[in-house]
Design a protein. Sequence first.
Length: 83
Amino acid sequence: MAWHRDGEKDLKKNGAIASLSFGAERKFLFKHKETKQTVSVHLEKGSLLVMKGTTQTNWLHRLPPSKKVKSPRINLTFRTIDI
């Protein structure tokens, strides 16, 4: 998956996005939009990643491809939206 930010039109500004991972462990990356600093997070089986506040404003994220991962992964994502 390429660098991106979650930008759906109904997302609540600075609302929380929770990502629950099942299956294969994966590396998840953040890149600051201005400084280009990168941060790596290891998503283990059953891990919960919460992005909130100005994360979507200041950071991009991605799940980079990996040739080492041979088992499946399921991700459930929950977003705070304005209706």
